[in-house]
Design a protein around this ligand. Structure first.
Ligand SMILES: NC(=O)c1ccc[n+]([C@@H]2O[C@H](COP(=O)([O-])OP(=O)(O)OC[C@H]3O[C@@H](n4cnc5c(N)ncnc54)[C@H](O)[C@@H]3O)[C@@H](O)[C@H]2O)c1
Length: 333
């Protein structure tokens, strides 16, 4: 291995562009190659960041100087790049969700296990200090035995219009909290019952909002609220909460006002401060911390803090939510 790990990025949309910039900025990594099915996108990011504009998935990955592959394609397009990267013996940092069904999850996990490569799914909220500190408080006994957990993740309508035709709000947004709720409660989901509404995005057959009730194996109950049609008048793009109540205490995380409001003549906005802000010309925040963590795990042969089974469990609950929406019945996991 060279002095710096080499990274390739597959899929250069909103997230892939950020991954590529971060790999080019970290002290332990360098960006080697990028690839998107849209050739112009590949050329423009490669030109901007100074790496190979690969002509194919294989060309981006099958280079001896690539150690890590970031996969940032759409939710349903995670399998093929993962199989190519695993077969080439590259470590994989895959954007959430692991996949949108359990068959695909198992194909990805199986390929990584057979190849002996690390796989981490980017459940980036685990790298948000607010959630990580709350989880530590739970582990330290501040809450006691958990009774209930509530997770909310709501986005403005731009998100539903942009992503709605390709995936569901449960897989795109809700999967973050399904992972967090399971992590906080420390128990597997046993039963799920979900309801949805579709009014604004009915023309593209997507749910506007999904609400789910959960029961965990340890007896705790949970409630997930996830929606991507909030009006643009709200000053923040993301409104998220996580609250846990236990026998001894409670913890509450609130996301939406990070302490910086930009006020114009007609509208106030609250920019992202914690996930992917620019800080003195570089990408900062939880996404950078997540990529740094994965590079360290590869460099020092450590297990990433999010296991493939954690990511699979979140997909299993999201899939059960969709099964409940389809059947109108509770689903037992
Ligand atoms: N961690 C987070 O907070 C977060 C936030 C947003 C999105 N995501 C996840 O990141 C992934 C990408 O989302 P996005 O918002 O960047 O989407 P996007 O639509 O902006 O980008 C996806 C890109 O992948 C490219 N692509 C599609 N199929 C490809 C293929 N087979 N090979 C190469 N390129 C291909 C598309 O051309 C597009 O440029 C999704 O899985 C999404 O759920 C995570």
């Amino acid at each position: 291995m060279a002095d710096r790990l080499g990274a390739a990025v597959i899929g250069l949309g909103m997230m892939g562009e950020r991954h590529a910039a971060i790999w080019s900025q970290l002290g332990t990594t360098r960006l080697v190659s990028v690839y998107d099915i849209v050739g112009e996108r590949t050329q423009s990011i490669a030109g901007e960041l100074g790496c190979e504009a690969a002509a194919s998935l294989e060309a981006a990955i099958n280079r001896p100087d690539v150690d890590i592959v970031s996969i940032c394609t759409d939710d349903q397009k995670h399998v093929e790049p993962c199989l190519v990267a695993a077969a080439a013996g590259k470590h994989i940092l895959l954007e959430k969700p692991l996949a949108t069904d359990l068959e695909d999850c198992d194909a990805i996990i199986g390929a990584c296990e057979s190849a002996g490569v690390k796989l981490m799914v980017g459940h980036v909220v685990r790298f948000d200090p607010r959630y990580a500190v709350a989880k530590q408080a739970i582990d330290d006994g501040a809450v006691g035995d958990i009774i209930q957990v509530y997770g909310r993740r709501n986005n403005i309508i731009d998100s539903g219009r942009r992503i709605g035709p390709r995936t569901s709000v449960a897989f795109f947004l809700g999967v973050h909290d399904l992972d967090l709720m399971r992590w906080f409660v420390g128990s597997e989901a046993a039963k799920v019952h979900a309801e949805s509404a579709s009014k604004v995005l009915a023309n593209i057959a997507a749910e506007d909002s999904i609400m789910a009730l959960l029961r965990y194996q340890n007896g705790a109950v949970g409630c997930l609220e996830t929606c991507w049609v909030m009006p643009k008048g709200i000053p923040c793009t993301l409104d998220a909460r996580l609250e846990v109540i236990g026998t001894k205490g409670m913890v509450r995380v609130t996301v939406g006002d990070e302490g910086c409001t930009i006020i114009g003549p007609n509208r106030a906005t609250r920019p992202d401060i914690l996930y992917g802000p620019q800080l003195h010309g570089e990408q900062a925040g939880a996404l950078r911390t997540q990529l740094e963590h994965f590079a360290d795990c590869v460099l020092h042969d450590r297990a990433p803090v999010i296991s493939p089974q954690d990511a699979r469990a979140a997909v299993a609950i999201a899939a059960a939510i969709h099964e409940s929406l389809r059947s109108g019945q509770p689903v037992y996991l």
